[in-house]
Design a binder for this molecule. Structure first.
Ligand code: C5P
Length: 292
Protein backbone atom coordinates (compact mmCIF):
# COMPACT_ATOMS: atom_id res chain seq x y z
CA UNK A 1 0.00 0.00 0.00
CA UNK A 2 1.43 3.35 -1.09
CA UNK A 3 1.74 6.13 1.58
CA UNK A 4 -1.03 8.71 1.39
CA UNK A 5 -0.36 12.44 1.81
CA UNK A 6 -3.18 14.80 2.76
CA UNK A 7 -3.30 18.53 3.35
CA UNK A 8 -4.43 19.80 6.77
CA UNK A 9 -5.32 23.51 6.55
CA UNK A 10 -5.80 26.00 9.41
CA UNK A 11 -8.92 28.05 10.16
CA UNK A 12 -9.80 31.52 11.32
CA UNK A 13 -12.97 32.51 13.17
CA UNK A 14 -14.40 35.60 11.46
CA UNK A 15 -16.98 35.78 14.23
CA UNK A 16 -17.04 33.90 17.51
CA UNK A 17 -20.13 34.59 19.61
CA UNK A 18 -20.21 32.91 22.99
CA UNK A 19 -23.84 32.45 24.03
CA UNK A 20 -23.34 31.01 27.51
CA UNK A 21 -22.00 28.13 29.55
CA UNK A 22 -23.74 24.78 29.24
CA UNK A 23 -24.40 22.19 31.95
CA UNK A 24 -21.62 19.99 30.44
CA UNK A 25 -19.06 22.75 31.08
CA UNK A 26 -18.62 23.68 27.39
CA UNK A 27 -19.71 27.03 25.99
CA UNK A 28 -22.50 27.35 23.45
CA UNK A 29 -21.04 29.07 20.39
CA UNK A 30 -22.05 30.59 17.10
CA UNK A 31 -19.03 30.99 14.91
CA UNK A 32 -18.12 31.53 11.26
CA UNK A 33 -15.14 29.44 10.23
CA UNK A 34 -12.92 30.35 7.31
CA UNK A 35 -10.48 27.75 5.98
CA UNK A 36 -7.11 29.27 5.08
CA UNK A 37 -4.16 28.14 3.00
CA UNK A 38 -1.65 27.92 5.87
CA UNK A 39 -1.45 24.12 6.01
CA UNK A 40 0.31 21.12 7.49
CA UNK A 41 0.97 17.98 5.45
CA UNK A 42 0.12 14.58 6.86
CA UNK A 43 1.56 11.39 5.39
CA UNK A 44 -0.05 8.11 6.38
CA UNK A 45 1.98 4.93 5.93
CA UNK A 46 0.46 1.50 6.56
CA UNK A 47 2.24 -0.69 9.12
CA UNK A 48 2.50 -4.46 9.45
CA UNK A 49 1.67 -4.29 13.18
CA UNK A 50 -1.33 -2.58 14.82
CA UNK A 51 0.60 0.35 16.32
CA UNK A 52 -0.15 4.05 15.77
CA UNK A 53 3.06 6.07 15.62
CA UNK A 54 3.59 9.82 15.17
CA UNK A 55 6.62 11.40 13.53
CA UNK A 56 7.09 15.16 13.66
CA UNK A 57 10.21 17.31 13.76
CA UNK A 58 8.47 20.00 15.85
CA UNK A 59 9.16 19.38 19.58
CA UNK A 60 5.91 21.16 20.52
CA UNK A 61 3.87 18.39 18.89
CA UNK A 62 3.17 15.51 21.31
CA UNK A 63 4.07 12.11 19.85
CA UNK A 64 2.06 10.04 22.36
CA UNK A 65 -1.59 9.13 22.97
CA UNK A 66 -2.54 12.71 23.90
CA UNK A 67 -2.06 13.83 20.27
CA UNK A 68 -5.49 14.12 18.59
CA UNK A 69 -4.19 12.28 15.50
CA UNK A 70 -3.45 9.21 17.65
CA UNK A 71 -6.91 9.47 19.22
CA UNK A 72 -8.44 9.70 15.73
CA UNK A 73 -6.61 6.60 14.44
CA UNK A 74 -7.32 4.58 17.62
CA UNK A 75 -11.00 5.56 17.43
CA UNK A 76 -11.29 4.21 13.87
CA UNK A 77 -9.39 1.02 14.81
CA UNK A 78 -11.73 0.43 17.75
CA UNK A 79 -15.01 1.39 16.10
CA UNK A 80 -14.37 -0.32 12.74
CA UNK A 81 -12.46 -3.35 13.99
CA UNK A 82 -9.29 -2.42 12.12
CA UNK A 83 -6.27 -4.57 13.05
CA UNK A 84 -3.74 -2.66 10.95
CA UNK A 85 -1.59 0.18 12.27
CA UNK A 86 -0.33 3.41 10.77
CA UNK A 87 2.61 5.79 10.96
CA UNK A 88 1.45 9.41 10.87
CA UNK A 89 4.14 11.85 9.73
CA UNK A 90 3.25 15.51 10.35
CA UNK A 91 5.00 18.28 8.43
CA UNK A 92 4.09 21.13 10.81
CA UNK A 93 3.61 24.64 9.43
CA UNK A 94 0.61 25.79 11.51
CA UNK A 95 1.67 27.29 14.87
CA UNK A 96 0.74 25.09 17.85
CA UNK A 97 -1.89 26.18 20.46
CA UNK A 98 -2.45 29.40 18.55
CA UNK A 99 -6.22 29.55 17.90
CA UNK A 100 -5.78 28.17 14.36
CA UNK A 101 -7.05 24.62 15.06
CA UNK A 102 -3.88 22.98 13.72
CA UNK A 103 -4.22 19.91 15.96
CA UNK A 104 -7.93 19.58 15.15
CA UNK A 105 -7.24 19.87 11.44
CA UNK A 106 -4.54 17.18 11.68
CA UNK A 107 -7.08 14.88 13.37
CA UNK A 108 -9.67 15.54 10.64
CA UNK A 109 -7.05 14.85 7.94
CA UNK A 110 -6.25 11.53 9.63
CA UNK A 111 -9.95 10.55 9.73
CA UNK A 112 -10.34 11.44 6.04
CA UNK A 113 -7.04 9.81 5.07
CA UNK A 114 -7.52 6.57 7.00
CA UNK A 115 -11.01 6.26 5.54
CA UNK A 116 -9.18 5.89 2.20
CA UNK A 117 -6.05 4.03 3.34
CA UNK A 118 -8.09 1.45 5.29
CA UNK A 119 -10.93 1.44 2.73
CA UNK A 120 -13.55 2.03 5.44
CA UNK A 121 -16.19 3.62 3.17
CA UNK A 122 -17.42 5.92 5.92
CA UNK A 123 -19.82 8.69 4.87
CA UNK A 124 -19.13 12.36 5.59
CA UNK A 125 -21.83 12.28 8.31
CA UNK A 126 -20.16 9.30 10.02
CA UNK A 127 -16.74 10.96 9.84
CA UNK A 128 -18.21 14.21 11.21
CA UNK A 129 -19.73 12.30 14.15
CA UNK A 130 -16.32 10.79 14.99
CA UNK A 131 -14.74 14.22 14.53
CA UNK A 132 -17.17 15.83 16.97
CA UNK A 133 -16.21 13.29 19.62
CA UNK A 134 -12.53 14.19 19.27
CA UNK A 135 -12.82 17.97 19.73
CA UNK A 136 -14.99 21.01 19.05
CA UNK A 137 -13.06 22.22 15.96
CA UNK A 138 -12.45 18.90 14.18
CA UNK A 139 -15.78 18.52 12.34
CA UNK A 140 -15.39 21.74 10.31
CA UNK A 141 -12.47 20.23 8.39
CA UNK A 142 -14.44 17.12 7.43
CA UNK A 143 -16.82 19.14 5.24
CA UNK A 144 -14.38 20.37 2.59
CA UNK A 145 -15.83 23.88 2.54
CA UNK A 146 -14.08 27.28 2.67
CA UNK A 147 -16.70 28.72 5.05
CA UNK A 148 -19.10 27.23 7.56
CA UNK A 149 -21.34 28.21 10.42
CA UNK A 150 -20.44 26.35 13.61
CA UNK A 151 -22.94 25.92 16.43
CA UNK A 152 -23.18 23.92 19.64
CA UNK A 153 -19.61 23.52 20.96
CA UNK A 154 -18.56 24.51 17.43
CA UNK A 155 -19.00 20.95 16.15
CA UNK A 156 -22.42 21.38 14.49
CA UNK A 157 -21.43 22.45 10.99
CA UNK A 158 -23.44 24.09 8.25
CA UNK A 159 -21.34 24.79 5.13
CA UNK A 160 -21.96 28.32 3.82
CA UNK A 161 -22.42 28.88 0.07
CA UNK A 162 -19.99 31.81 -0.01
CA UNK A 163 -17.42 32.36 -2.76
CA UNK A 164 -15.44 35.29 -1.31
CA UNK A 165 -11.65 34.96 -1.42
CA UNK A 166 -10.23 37.02 1.44
CA UNK A 167 -6.65 38.10 2.09
CA UNK A 168 -5.28 38.42 5.60
CA UNK A 169 -2.12 39.13 7.49
CA UNK A 170 -1.86 36.63 10.31
CA UNK A 171 0.40 37.38 13.28
CA UNK A 172 0.96 34.64 15.84
CA UNK A 173 2.84 35.82 18.95
CA UNK A 174 5.07 33.13 20.48
CA UNK A 175 2.85 32.54 23.50
CA UNK A 176 0.79 29.39 23.92
CA UNK A 177 -2.84 30.01 24.80
CA UNK A 178 -4.63 26.88 25.93
CA UNK A 179 -8.29 26.86 24.87
CA UNK A 180 -9.39 25.49 28.21
CA UNK A 181 -7.58 28.28 30.08
CA UNK A 182 -9.08 31.03 27.92
CA UNK A 183 -12.64 29.71 28.26
CA UNK A 184 -11.96 29.34 32.00
CA UNK A 185 -11.08 33.04 32.29
CA UNK A 186 -14.35 33.99 30.63
CA UNK A 187 -16.42 32.73 33.55
CA UNK A 188 -14.22 34.58 36.05
CA UNK A 189 -14.45 37.81 34.07
CA UNK A 190 -18.19 37.49 33.83
CA UNK A 191 -18.54 37.08 37.60
CA UNK A 192 -15.98 39.76 38.42
CA UNK A 193 -17.24 42.46 36.08
CA UNK A 194 -20.80 41.20 35.89
CA UNK A 195 -20.39 40.97 32.11
CA UNK A 196 -23.25 39.28 30.36
CA UNK A 197 -22.35 36.44 28.04
CA UNK A 198 -25.72 36.56 26.36
CA UNK A 199 -26.06 39.75 24.42
CA UNK A 200 -28.39 41.19 21.90
CA UNK A 201 -25.90 41.72 19.08
CA UNK A 202 -25.90 38.79 16.67
CA UNK A 203 -22.47 39.14 15.10
CA UNK A 204 -22.97 36.16 12.76
CA UNK A 205 -26.00 37.75 11.13
CA UNK A 206 -24.23 41.09 10.88
CA UNK A 207 -21.32 39.43 9.04
CA UNK A 208 -23.15 37.05 6.68
CA UNK A 209 -24.67 39.57 4.21
CA UNK A 210 -21.25 41.20 3.70
CA UNK A 211 -19.63 37.80 3.26
CA UNK A 212 -22.24 36.68 0.72
CA UNK A 213 -21.81 39.93 -1.25
CA UNK A 214 -18.02 39.76 -0.89
CA UNK A 215 -17.74 43.27 0.60
CA UNK A 216 -14.39 43.36 2.43
CA UNK A 217 -14.99 46.71 4.16
CA UNK A 218 -18.23 45.40 5.72
CA UNK A 219 -16.58 42.08 6.59
CA UNK A 220 -13.75 43.98 8.28
CA UNK A 221 -16.16 45.96 10.48
CA UNK A 222 -18.11 42.83 11.38
CA UNK A 223 -15.17 40.77 12.70
CA UNK A 224 -15.82 39.92 16.37
CA UNK A 225 -14.60 37.51 19.03
CA UNK A 226 -16.23 37.22 22.47
CA UNK A 227 -13.09 35.53 23.83
CA UNK A 228 -11.10 38.74 23.41
CA UNK A 229 -11.51 39.97 27.04
CA UNK A 230 -10.34 36.56 28.30
CA UNK A 231 -7.34 36.55 25.91
CA UNK A 232 -6.41 40.11 26.90
CA UNK A 233 -6.73 39.30 30.59
CA UNK A 234 -3.88 36.80 30.07
CA UNK A 235 -1.81 39.16 27.88
CA UNK A 236 -3.04 42.78 28.07
CA UNK A 237 -0.15 43.87 25.83
CA UNK A 238 -1.69 42.08 22.82
CA UNK A 239 -4.13 44.96 22.48
CA UNK A 240 -1.18 46.95 21.07
CA UNK A 241 -0.73 44.38 18.30
CA UNK A 242 -4.38 44.82 17.32
CA UNK A 243 -4.03 48.59 17.35
CA UNK A 244 -0.88 48.51 15.24
CA UNK A 245 -2.51 46.29 12.62
CA UNK A 246 -5.47 48.69 12.44
CA UNK A 247 -3.12 51.66 12.14
CA UNK A 248 -1.31 49.86 9.29
CA UNK A 249 -4.50 50.08 7.24
CA UNK A 250 -6.31 46.80 7.91
CA UNK A 251 -10.06 46.74 7.19
CA UNK A 252 -10.60 44.89 10.47
CA UNK A 253 -8.54 43.08 13.09
CA UNK A 254 -9.58 40.16 15.28
CA UNK A 255 -8.25 37.32 17.41
CA UNK A 256 -8.84 33.83 16.00
CA UNK A 257 -10.43 31.25 18.32
CA UNK A 258 -8.89 31.33 21.77
CA UNK A 259 -5.84 33.26 20.50
CA UNK A 260 -3.17 34.43 20.57
CA UNK A 261 -3.21 34.60 16.74
CA UNK A 262 -4.44 37.93 15.46
CA UNK A 263 -5.51 38.42 11.86
CA UNK A 264 -5.99 41.58 9.85
CA UNK A 265 -8.27 41.71 6.84
CA UNK A 266 -6.59 43.31 3.83
CA UNK A 267 -8.07 44.71 0.59
CA UNK A 268 -5.94 42.49 -1.66
CA UNK A 269 -2.89 40.24 -1.76
CA UNK A 270 -0.64 43.24 -2.43
CA UNK A 271 -2.19 45.18 0.46
CA UNK A 272 -1.61 42.18 2.77
CA UNK A 273 2.01 42.07 1.63
CA UNK A 274 2.45 45.75 2.50
CA UNK A 275 1.01 45.27 6.00
CA UNK A 276 3.11 42.13 6.55
CA UNK A 277 6.31 44.00 5.70
CA UNK A 278 5.71 46.36 8.63
CA UNK A 279 5.44 43.47 11.12
CA UNK A 280 8.16 41.13 9.86
CA UNK A 281 10.89 42.74 11.94
CA UNK A 282 9.04 42.73 15.29
CA UNK A 283 7.30 39.35 14.99
CA UNK A 284 8.69 36.03 13.80
CA UNK A 285 5.44 34.36 12.79
CA UNK A 286 3.79 36.69 10.27
CA UNK A 287 1.96 35.20 7.28
CA UNK A 288 -0.06 36.38 4.31
CA UNK A 289 -2.93 33.88 4.11
CA UNK A 290 -6.06 33.59 2.01
CA UNK A 291 -9.27 31.61 1.89
CA UNK A 292 -8.79 28.00 0.79
O1 C5P B 1 -13.33 20.60 22.35
P1 C5P B 1 -11.94 20.99 22.65
O2 C5P B 1 -11.11 19.84 23.14
O3 C5P B 1 -11.27 21.77 21.58
O4 C5P B 1 -12.06 22.00 23.88
C1 C5P B 1 -10.99 22.30 24.72
C2 C5P B 1 -11.52 22.99 25.97
O5 C5P B 1 -12.02 24.29 25.64
C3 C5P B 1 -12.70 22.29 26.62
O6 C5P B 1 -12.28 21.33 27.55
C4 C5P B 1 -13.46 23.42 27.29
O7 C5P B 1 -12.87 23.74 28.52
C5 C5P B 1 -13.21 24.59 26.36
N1 C5P B 1 -14.33 24.81 25.39
C6 C5P B 1 -15.50 25.36 25.85
N2 C5P B 1 -16.53 25.56 24.97
C7 C5P B 1 -16.40 25.22 23.66
C8 C5P B 1 -15.20 24.67 23.19
C9 C5P B 1 -14.18 24.46 24.08
O8 C5P B 1 -15.65 25.69 27.03
N3 C5P B 1 -17.42 25.45 22.83
Amino acid sequence: MKPLTVRAPAKLNLVLDCLGKRPDGFHELRTVFERIDLSDRITLTARNDNKVRVKCANPQVPKGPQNLVVKAARLLQLERGVTRGVTIAIDKKIPVAAGLAGGSSNAAAVLLGLNRLWNLKLSRAQLAAYAAGLGSDVAFFIYDTPYALGEGRGEKIRPLPVRAKLWHVLVTPRFKMLTKGVFGRLAGLRQGANLRLTKKKDNVNILLPYLRKNMPSGIGRALANDLEPAILSLRPDFVRLKEKLSAAGALGVCFSGSGPSVFALARSKAHAGQIKARFDRRYSQVYVVSTL
